[in-house]
Design a protein around this ligand. Structure first.
Ligand code: NAD
Length: 251
């Protein structure tokens, strides 16, 4: 019996670097992943094909107001009971204080829509579902940026992740008695496309200069931690924010 056998786990943004690694790890530990993707169906299908056992794919655009609700409806109708939600989908937009007002507001609104509001909508649906089914788990993929503040040209990103950490704490405090366990994971740089874009622009040294171990995390490190948090044996982690940043932000 594997640690996550029989668990249906919805992972958002699962076609991307960290999301795909999470799905693979959860599947290795016996879970049935529900692979959400936004645009890259080919990557989602390839991921599904790599899994040792079953899983399924659901598409939804989380930049739209109804996208998250539609996603939950489809996932629930496909599997019946969902045991855990991993809010992993996210974007990182660059916007300068010199941008014109429309572009500035647009960037903030889109960042909050994808990184935070979609996650809040999914948490709402998940919490109602978990209350009706004896509990469940929520893992929100936040960021070191939400803890220590962020770069001048990407301030919306840090703000959305701080909000996500706070949401996780509220859920942990409010729904623990319903059998819900909610945890935030706050990585520093992780070696994915999101990081590659930054490196292409500013160079690797700019990313790793303030990391004591001089390396970005690997997606597999985040994935292993998510699987650990979802183990039925781990309940007291409820409300935690787990830092995965090589010592670049120590609280
Ligand atoms: P990525 O760009 O590889 O993956 C992001 C995923 O989000 C993709 O699957 C993408 O399709 C999905 N997504 C984006 N916009 C969407 C939309 N409108 N609708 C539906 N899906 C959408 O990035 P990643 O590095 O794998 O990031 C995964 C998570 O980890 C993000 O929340 C990110 O903020 C967080 N994170 C990443 C790093 C890093 O250095 N890579 C560090 C800290 C936190």
């Amino acid at each position: 019996m594997k640690s996550l056998s029989g668990h249906n786990v919805l992972v958002t943004g699962a076609s991307g670097g960290i999301g795909a690694a999470i799905v693979e790890r959860l599947a290795e530990e016996g879970a049935r992943p529900i692979i959400h993707y936004g645009r890259d169906r080919a990557a989602a299908s390839a991921l599904l094909a790599r899994l040792p056992e079953e899983g399924l794919i659901v598409q939804a655009d989380l930049s739209t107001a109804g996208g998250a609700f539609e996603l939950w409806r489809e996932a629930e109708s496909a599997v019946g009971v969902i045991h855990a939600l991993v809010n992993n989908a996210g974007i990182r937009t660059e916007i300068s204080i010199d941008a014109e007002a429309g572009a500035w507001r647009g960037a903030w609104q889109k960042e909050f829509q994808v990184n935070f509001f979609a996650a809040t909508d999914l948490c709402k649906e998940a919490l109602r579902h978990f209350k009706a089914h004896g509990g469940g788990r929520i893992v929100n993929i936040a960021s070191r940026a939400g803890q220590r503040g962020y770069a001048a040209d990407a301030m919306p990103y840090g703000a959305t992740k701080a909000a996500l950490v706070n949401l996780t704490k509220s859920i942990a405090r409010s729904f623990g008695a319903d059998g819900v366990v909610a945890v935030a994971i706050a990585p520093g740089w992780v070696q994915t496309e999101m990081a590659d874009e930054f490196i292409a622009k500013f160079g690797k040294q700019a990313a790793v200069a303030d990391i004591p171990i001089s390396e970005m995390a690997q997606p597999s490190e985040i994935a292993e931690l998510v699987a650990f948090v979802l183990r039925p044996s781990q309940r007291s982690l409820n409300g935690a924010t787990l830092d995965v940043n090589g010592g670049s932000y120590i609280r």
